[in-house]
Design a binder for this molecule. Sequence first.
Ligand code: C5P
Length: 216
Amino acid sequence: MRNLVIAVDGPAGAGKSTIAKIIANRLNINYIDTGAMYRAITYKCLKNNIDINNEEEVVKLAKDTDIDFRDNNIYIDGNILKEEIRTMEVSNNVSNVAKIKEVRYLMVDVQREIGKRNSVILDGRDIGSYVFPNADYKFYLVATPEERGQRRFKELKEKGYETTLEEIIKDIIKRDEIDSNREFAPLVKADDAIEIDTTGKTIDDVVESVISKINL
Ligand code: C5P
């Protein structure tokens, strides 16, 4: 049987990863958090004191990095990455790494390779519009910046991070702007994607909306 590919795109904090993880479990397919890949490169740059604005250095580091997913976890150079890629420092820098075309080429190669081998649901910004234009299903999740900020704030607070709602909303708006306006493979709704506004909806509501569109 051909591999199933489901794309879930949308701006920061729209609920993509929460929904994609649940759908992956329900359908017993792999989940790929493509944002984690850009975060992982950003984290490694920061750790190695690489200037994020020095494209050449960032691309060199990305080329020298081995990225893999196992059991829905991301590994770089053989080491699992968890919460260290979710810090505000990584969030504040990731969109400037993700706008580098050569970095995207490298990440997209990994994503396409995984999609060739497995049935997969991927969440990101350009999955339906660029990475898998022929995906079987494409969803585009949106919500108001206030609600997206509230969700991220709650999530980070539960994990013990010191941050404010204002800081998070500011980060979300700034990232959306850089992600939407970059030249190569920006954040955009694919023409054939199904848009779901998750504002005011529960996780279960959104999962049901998505599942109801999928015919297996
Ligand atoms: O999904 P998450 O918020 O963790 O993504 C972090 C960042 O990675 C985004 O703000 C965006 O800059 C970048 N990204 C991207 N393309 C993807 C996934 C994420 O440019 N497919």
